[in-house]
Design a protein around this ligand. Structure first.
Ligand code: SAM
Length: 233
């Protein structure tokens, strides 16, 4: 509160003129969607929140976009939980709407910066991780905005159970080279990587994300790395 007794809000515009997606987060999809405050309240408790047993798988997708993969994964694996982190309201609602309307009850989504992953998940809480086509931030001065950073991988390795998987895909060769360098320095093990996922000699990919379809249509090669999370002492 300010001295005049007014509530201080950082995003005044959102609160005074909430758009349809903010309304949906707090309304129609409030059982499944969380904002920056409510998302943190379930740290370490996501399985319970979703109604899963303590030994059920709990996977996460960072930057869900319009949720094509998010919904596909949640619907295809009803016995595992899936939590998405997405910064923007519109894709956040598109993702959870697609999953819920497709019949999934095991998906949840949080509006949060994925870089700060350990604010949302506790130690060893997470199984497999999907990072598909994160914004590449190609200009040198913007590299600091990339999701794959040494510190991010350190935070991720704390919340991820040992021996789980991390899938990373991008169309940006420059970002892929950067990410491979970071992965090599990190405690993760690179199990596989390819500079052309859809090359004829590779087995057909089981599923394409929304951005992947766009890039494949433009005949751009897709880069993919598949990693294993580290053991801990
Ligand atoms: C290029 S889109 C890719 C979407 C989807 N994964 C796909 O493959 O179609 C990147 C998405 O990541 C989200 N995003 C970017 N930075 C993020 C961050 N730090 N935390 C959470 N979401 C982020 C963006 O809002 C956007 O929806």
């Amino acid at each position: 509160m300010s001295r005049s007794g007014q509530l201080n809000v950082s995003r005044t515009k959102d609160i005074l003129v909430p758009n349809e997606y903010i309304l949906a987060l707090h309304g129609e999809f409030s059982r499944w969607s969380f904002d920056e405050v409510s998302g943190r309240e379930h740290r370490g408790e996501w399985r319970k929140m979703i109604g899963l047993s303590a030994d059920a798988g709990l996977d996460i997708e960072l930057g869900t976009g319009n949720g094509l993969h998010f919904a596909h994964r949640a619907i295809g694996f009803p016995d595992r939980g899936l939590v998405g982190l997405e910064l923007k309201y519109k894709p956040l609602i598109q993702s959870i709407r697609r999953a819920v309307r497709g019949g999934a009850n095991n998906a949840r989504i949080v509006r949060y910066n994925a870089y700060l992953i350990d604010h949302i998940f506790g130690e060893n809480e997470v199984n497999d991780v999907f990072i598909h086509f994160p914004d590449p931030w190609e200009k040198l001065k913007n590299h600091k905005h990339r999701m794959i950073q040494d510190e991010f991988l350190r935070r991720l390795s704390v919340v991820q159970k040992p021996g789980s998987f991390l899938e990373f895909k991008t169309d940006s060769r420059e970002y892929f080279d950067w990410a491979l360098e970071k992965f090599e320095k990190s405690p993760y093990t690179i199990l596989e990587h390819t500079f052309n996922l859809h090359a004829p000699e590779n087995p057909p990919a089981p599923f394409m994300t929304h951005f992947e379809k766009l890039f494949v249509r433009q005949k751009l090669p897709i880069h993919r790395a598949y990693l294993r999370s580290p053991n801990k002492v």
